[in-house]
Ligand binder design. Structure first.
Ligand code: SAH
Length: 216
């Protein structure tokens, strides 16, 4: 691998993540390892480690590295967990999660993106990630319960099916708000019901489907 790529990835970890407060060493190591350049379109490879989201086609984006770092940190993964990633997109978030947890299932509603993400994940060496096509707002009931659920598309409320598929003590992170702006929210499942904590402001594409913003 080209040494410039490795250097760019190292700078991303230091400047965009650590310097801004991402302190979970496992997350920093995972993002220092996953080849983000394989998850962006070939024409955008030289922008792979820039500080922002990038278009991946079909009106969708690969999330900003900082936001991926915050989502992964909020999930507090130790390595033994089963996690669900909703909104596969490029597959990058799923690859980072694969470095952090034991089992990763990811679901995407656009068939073209499922295919591309599967190819990128295989090329990067993450072929054990289970990539599904479907409405992720309904979760993946047959693989529940999950210790962690990361949602990469904005929802107006916490989708009930997703909360229902969390294990006791499980953690769900989602961008909650309107179509135009949201806050990343951590929801922990407890015996007394959901406990919510607000994190950083963000801007994601809308979660479509039954428990998101519908189909349009
Ligand atoms: N995690 C991705 C970011 C993807 S952007 C990455 O690392 O690249 C959000 C994705 O969510 C888009 O690909 C969009 O098609 C998908 N999406 C939106 N609503 C969805 C739904 N109901 N079910 C599954 N995927 C959905």
């Amino acid at each position: 691998m080209a040494s410039e790529t490795l250097a760019a990835r190292g700078r991303m970890v230091e400047r965009q993540l650590r310097r801004r407060g991402v302190s979970d060493e496992r997350v920093l190591a995972a993002m220092g390892k996953v080849p983000r350049e394989l998850f962006v379109p070939p024409s955008a490879r030289e922008l792979a480690y820039e500080d922002g989201a990038l278009p991946i086609g079909y009106g969708q984006t690969i999330s900003q590295p900082y936001i991926v770092g915050v989502i992964c940190s909020l999930l507090s993964l130790g390595g033994s967990e089963s996690v669900l990633d909703v909104g596969t997109g490029s597959g990058y978030q799923a690859a980072v999660l694969a470095e952090l947890a034991a089992e990763v299932t990811t679901i995407e509603r656009m068939p073209e993106l499922v295919e591309k993400a599967q190819d990128a994940l295989a090329e990067a060496g993450y072929d054990d990630v289970d990539v599904r096509l479907g409405d992720g707002s309904l979760g993946v009931p047959e693989k529940a319960p999950f210790d962690g659920i990361a949602v990469a598309a904005a929802a107006p409320t916490v989708p009930e099916h997703l909360y229902g598929q969390l294990a006791e003590g499980g953690r769900l992170v989602l961008p909650k708000g309107s179509r135009w702006g949201q806050d990343l929210v951590l929801v922990v499942k407890t015996g007394e019901g959901p406990v919510e904590r607000r994190s950083v402001p963000c801007r994601f594409v809308p979660l479509l489907g039954e428990e998101g913003f519908g189909d349009g």
